[in-house]
Design a protein. Structure first.
Length: 256
């Protein structure tokens, strides 16, 4: 049984607490709120990691530990598993990054893999992350720069060094309706199809859209994808037609 001491707290997501170890690596371990909607265990998390590697999805160096003991500085915690991962210091992937052909190629490949996983196993990649909901509201109401829709579980690695050609998926746990508590699998089903659909439509790739339709998403989800896509395109038309100077003045006003 491995023991870990957390040097600093990074934050919490929908499923995991995240801390930083003395060696600079991140440790992610489940909290009780997350276990209400996802019953992942050591075996399923390890299987998710193996599946991403099988599809050659770019992820941080990662390993899964069974039943570790964790000292968070306040108490000793026993959890069924922990994920130890390299910390990626990149920037959030945004729609504007699709203008880079090399990044676009990688994102297309990642989305195609998620759609294939969906067709074969009904699971899917979590592209957006829980942070996306608040940021999407900001995108609708406060953002003035064009092409700023973000997928918060994808980072552009090496952004600070000028290397803008590598992306990383930082959440290696798949969304899987089979791991949802009884009666809530339908919600995870819809969340997967919503994310896959938005990625396919924003990328605007014919083959991805076909694969998305082949997954047979619920009618309500497909309608939501098309509606959100139309809204975002109207917003982008407006922002891209607004002179840069006026956008800068508006942003400055909002920040004041």
């Amino acid at each position: 049984m491995e023991r870990f001491e957390i040097a600093s707290t990074v934050g919490s997501g929908a499923q995991h607490h995240v801390g930083r170890l003395e060696n600079g690596k991140l440790i992610k371990y489940p909290h009780w709120q997350g276990q209400r909607w996802d019953t992942s265990d050591y075996d399923s998390v390890r299987d998710d990691l193996a599946r991403l590697l099988k599809y050659d999805i770019p992820i941080p160096e990662t390993r899964v530990v069974r039943e570790p003991t964790i000292d968070d500085g306040h108490s000793i915690i026993h959890v069924p598993y922990a994920i130890i991962a390299e910390e990626i210091r990149g920037r959030v992937f945004r729609e504007v990054d699709l203008l880079d052909p090399k990044i676009r190629e990688q994102v297309v490949k990642m989305t195609a893999a998620s759609l294939e996983i969906r067709q074969k196993t009904r699971a899917g990649i979590d592209f957006l992350g829980i942070a996306s909901f608040g940021h999407f509201l900001n995108y609708l109401t406060r953002e003035n720069r064009p092409l700023q829709l973000g997928a918060y579980n994808i980072l552009v690695d090496g952004g600070d060094t000028g290397d803008s050609e590598s992306i990383k998926l930082i959440d290696t746990s798949l969304l899987d309706p089979k791991r949802a508590p009884a009666g809530t699998g339908w919600l995870i089903d819809r969340l997967i199809d919503l994310q896959n659909g938005l990625m396919a439509y924003i990328i605007d790739d014919k083959e991805l859209k076909k694969s998305y339709h082949d997954c047979k998403p619920a009618g309500t989800v497909h309608s939501a994808v098309k509606k959100l896509h139309r809204i975002s395109r109207r917003i982008e038309e407006h922002r891209q037609s607004t002179p840069r100077q006026l956008r800068a003045q508006s942003t400055s006003t909002q920040s004041a």
